[in-house]
Write a protein that binds this ligand. Structure first.
Ligand code: FMN
Length: 202
């Protein structure tokens, strides 16, 4: 068993890091517990302090708590494969970024709005873990329908959807679920970190 999660995990770092990076993972078995709005706000607060180009803060978070009218609207935007497990989470979130930023008095295209929003999404997810929740990112949603449904303005990109919930404890999972509900592994840093430019054979 891993010390960072309540289940077996192949996540052993080759270099010492804060355990919070290993604790974040994406379950699919959730308890159906509601996420208190106050906890969700703490996750958004963590996202708030993320770095961004020109401090443009291009992220927008749209959320629906379960047991509210928006919940079924958000859930319905997910592809069936995601809807199947996300229905047992406590909050659904869409992350949108603004492709334009203010520089002085001008509105300029941002070269990094998605990167900036990605930084915010990780802060959001790590804070969720610190609070005992898990966040599962989703690219599987109906992008075309999401734009009018969520009233997304021009010059904005829907980056991803996120389901936030309480992971079912390992002890309560069936054998079949256990096979899937484990954190996955990663390539070693030697695969993607290079002193100098790309190696010749890359
Ligand atoms: C932008 C993005 C889109 C994703 N889309 C989906 C998805 O549609 N469905 C799903 O089950 N998981 C989705 N994932 C989860 C990834 O598969 C998962 O993050 C990856 O396998 C690494 O596992 P971990 O998050 O447990 O560390 C997505 C993750 C991200 C960041």
């Amino acid at each position: 068993m891993s010390a960072e999660t309540d289940r077996p995990s192949p996540r052993t770092p080759d270099h010492a890091i804060d355990p919070l990076f290993l604790e974040r993972w994406s379950p699919r078995a959730f308890t159906g517990e509601a996420v208190p709005e106050a906890d969700l706000k703490r996750m958004f607060e963590a996202a708030r302090w993320s770095p961004s180009s020109y401090n443009s803060q291009p992220w927008r978070f749209l959320y629906a708590l379960r047991d509210t009218p928006d919940w079924s609207v958000f859930l319905d935007l997910l592809v069936p494969g995601n809807r199947k497990w996300a229905v047992d989470t406590g909050a659904l979130v869409f992350l949108v970024s603004n492709s334009r930023m203010k520089v002085g008095d001008d509105l300029k295209p941002s070269a990094s709005h998605s990167l900036d929003a990605g930084a915010a999404s990780l802060a959001f997810a790590l804070q969720a873990n610190r609070l005992g929740w898990h966040v599962h990112g989703m690219g599987g949603f109906d992008r075309e329908r999401a734009v009018p449904t969520l009233n997304v303005p021009e010059h904005h990109r829907i980056e991803a959807a996120y389901a936030v919930g309480r992971a079912v404890p390992w002890a309560e999972l069936t054998e079949e679920q256990r096979a899937k509900e484990q954190p996955n592994a990663r390539r070693p840093i030697t695969d993607f970190v290079h002193a100098g430019g790309f190696p010749k054979d890359a």
